[in-house]
Design a protein around this ligand. Structure first.
Ligand SMILES: C[S@@+](CC[C@H](N)C(=O)[O-])C[C@H]1O[C@@H](n2cnc3c(N)ncnc32)[C@H](O)[C@@H]1O
Length: 291
């Protein structure tokens, strides 16, 4: 289902006032709300609220009412956000990607791996995750840094896609890794990628939507959970995700646009996790939180 952005276009001052109204009306619900500058010289700003297509009519009606009377002169505009084509994204650029100690490369670039690097071979295919996307690279960089500072005895990779992060975790840490995806094609591709990387033990794959499987309780709780999905499902999943985290455990979250960062942080702070570090890459953020 598509995501919709409803927005008003106005001055910086009025956009701030509209943002306050949006926050007062929708702040308790998990809609992303933001202002952004469109044209600095003409003082054009937009105040926006994001929702799924089936929520648009209700949100629009409530927003129209909330903007009465002070801002009723501002038309509410809409934009249908393009469905993120994860596979097309994963095909962007095929040169090896380096993040932390990791290098992710296609089979044609095996000879480019340098001594001391942890190499993961992924050919662009039917599942997301060649390392080129800012979220995957951010997760790899964060994984390398978390591994240096924390004791990790097992790992969950939720939304494994090509399996790139699960394979990276297994190769770096040599601890049991569970990798799941809602999409059976992804788990099939990930299993094949693990085999091609010589990772045949210590890494299990399962198809499951979110945490709806007994495999999580059978393999958890986890010292490290990595989830590169999207901001909204990550916020919704926060209670379940934290319930599967071991005491003192770490969470690496990505798939989050920079402007959605504070909302995701709030959802996880609400579950008593503390922010440790954020990495910014190409407009996306990767966040490390700890229990
Ligand atoms: C952005 S890709 C990340 C792939 C890989 N982990 C990476 O970092 O490159 C997101 C993956 O999460 C999966 N996914 C989306 N929603 C999910 C959910 N509710 N439960 C499990 N997997 C989900 C998608 O099928 C997709 O493979």
């Amino acid at each position: 289902m598509s995501e919709i952005r409803l927005f008003v276009s106005t001055t910086e001052k009025q956009a701030g006032a509209v943002l306050d109204i949006m926050t007062a009306v929708f702040g308790e619900e998990d809609f992303a709300i933001a202002t952004m500058e469109i044209d600095e010289t003409r003082d054009v700003w937009e105040a926006s609220i994001y929702m799924m297509a089936d929520e648009e009519a209700e949100v629009k009606a409530r927003l129209e009412e909330a903007l009465q009377p002070g801002f009723s002169h501002l038309p509410i505009e809409r934009e249908v956000l393009p469905d993120i084509d994860w596979i097309a994204k994963s095909l962007e650029g095929l040169a090896p990607v380096r993040a932390g100690r990791f290098v992710v490369h296609g089979s044609h670039d095996r000879d480019k791996v340098k001594t001391g690097e942890v190499a993961i071979e992924i050919d662009a295919g039917q599942a997301f995750g060649t390392g080129h996307h800012g979220t995957t690279a951010g997760c790899l960089e964060m994984l390398a840094s978390v591994a240096r500072t924390r004791r990790i005895r097992n790992v969950l990779d939720l939304g494994t896609g090509s399996g790139v992060l699960a394979i990276a975790a297994r190769k770096l840490l040599h601890v049991p890794v569970l990798a799941t995806d809602i999409d059976p094609i992804a788990t099939r591709v990930a299993t094949e990628n693990a085999r091609r990387n010589g990772v045949v033990t210590g890494l299990a794959f399962a198809t499951a939507p979110g945490f709806h499987s007994t495999t999580f309780s059978a393999n958890g709780p986890f010292d490290l959970i990595i989830a590169n999905i999207l901001a909204r499902p990550l916020m919704k999943m926060a209670p379940e995700l934290v319930a599967n985290l071991a005491p003192g455990g770490s969470v690496i979250l990505s798939g989050i646009l920079a402007e959605q960062r504070w909302k995701v942080l709030a959802a996880y702070n609400g579950q008593h996790l503390e922010h440790v570090r954020t990495i910014w890459r190409n407009g996306w953020v990767t966040i490390h939180l700890a229990k």
